[in-house]
Design a protein around this ligand. Structure first.
Ligand code: ZN
Length: 230
């Protein structure tokens, strides 16, 4: 639902993946994903028109590493170090296809950061133009996006279907849960014989696709819990 408030984990659940960067390009008709922020300390200068019909989304910097300790003084890249297009390059390429070749505009589900760990769904935006412009010492991408409303047949529905039919924990959930629980049993800190556990049992309607319902238990605590349920 548009403007719905979501935790970071719920947002990942909607998209069915661990969202760990801001830009996820996908070719139409699939939807990509963008994460944006207008918070004062946001890493990028994203802007929206007052009626939210237009989003000006800033491209992303080179990755910080020992050779580039300050990405903010370096031109935002078209290419990765392996010469593949960066997300910026993929977005820019989609605009060229849209304007030059009459391709469908790329569409992105857009989430805005409200507070740390708290996001809101801004619906869908179509990518229609971009510029690569001087900004202080370097060049940045500005992607021009127009509101494309909100569709209800989204990742949410498919994840709800998965919730019903599958007790299998998807790998993106395992990845996030492992990181959150620091690779240890959440009860005793054991680091061996670990299992991913449905906190609210799958057999009683617990879901596999929300990381909130999955945790790490050691074999002993896993068995103890099973004994209690029966
Ligand atoms: Zn334990």
């Amino acid at each position: 639902m548009k403007d719905e408030i979501l935790t970071y984990w719920e947002m990942c659940g909607r998209q069915g993946m661990a969202l760990q960067r801001g830009m996820y390009f996908k070719n139409a008709p699939s939807h990509g994903v963008i994460l944006m922020s207008r918070r004062r300390n946001a890493p990028y200068a994203d802007e929206m028109s007052e009626d939210e019909s237009i989003l000006i989304y800033e491209g992303h910097d080179v990755r910080r590493n020992s050779e580039t300790p300050d990405p903010k003084v370096i031109d935002q890249p078209f290419f990765e170090t392996n010469d593949k297009p960066s997300q910026n390059g993929l977005f820019a390429g989609a605009v060229k296809n849209f304007k030059g070749n009459g391709a469908d505009a790329a569409i992105f589900r857009t989430y805005e950061k409200m507070r740390p760990g708290v996001w809101t769904d801004r619906g869908l935006y179509r990518l229609v133009d971009f510029s690569y412009q001087q900004d202080g010492p370097r060049k940045v991408f500005k992607f021009w996006m127009e509101s494309a409303g909100f569709d209800s047949t989204s990742a949410q529905e498919s994840s709800e279907i998965n919730m019903v039919v599958s007790r299998q924990i998807p790998s993106w959930v395992k990845q996030l849960v492992y990181k959150r629980d620091k690779g240890k049993c959440v009860i005793c800190d054991a680091v061996d014989q670990l299992h991913f556990d449905h906190e609210f049992p799958f057999s009683k309607g617990g879901t596999s696709v929300l990381p909130e319902n999955v945790r790490i238990l050691c074999a002993r605590h896993n068995l103890e819990k099973a004994a209690k349920i029966e």
